[in-house]
Write a protein that binds this ligand. Structure first.
Ligand SMILES: [Zn+2]
Length: 129
């Protein structure tokens, strides 16, 4: 049987299933991810065709740049997706998934834009952008 990971937004109106293992998530510290997530955004990049969304009518989209839109639950506001619209992958927010996720945070990106109120103290690789 294929590995499958499921989860939901906080209120449960949106359920998400991903077929296959979850690749090592990035923690993105860019200003946009910090604003939309409330801290920084850990997400895993998966093929769009591997993602199934139940309650899709509750997913709202915010076009945060020309090439990227961000998905959230219109009922509870949970951060769900970072979607580079012209690519065949989509980043799913790690907060969505029920345990066990079977994966581990794998690196920090855009650390040059990180907040001034915390330090990154793990040993994971860091990229300034
Ligand atoms: Zn919700």
């Amino acid at each position: 049987m294929t590995e499958r990971h499921a989860g939901s937004c906080l209120c449960g109106a949106v359920r998400i299933e991903v077929e296959g293992p979850l690749p090592g998530p990035d923690a993105c510290h860019c200003t946009m991810c910090r604003k939309i997530s409330g801290h920084f955004l850990a997400s895993t990049d998966v093929q769009k065709e591997a993602v199934r969304v139940l309650g899709e009518e509750h997913v709202g989209w915010f076009q945060s740049s020309e090439k990227v839109r961000r998905g959230f639950c219109t009922r509870c506001g949970s951060t769900l997706f970072w979607d580079p619209i012209h690519k065949d992958t989509i980043a799913v927010a790690m907060g969505v998934f029920d345990p066990p996720t079977g994966t581990r945070l794998h690196r920090h990106i855009f650390v040059a834009d990180k907040g001034d109120y915390y330090d990154i103290t793990d040993e994971l690789p860091q990229s300034p952008d």
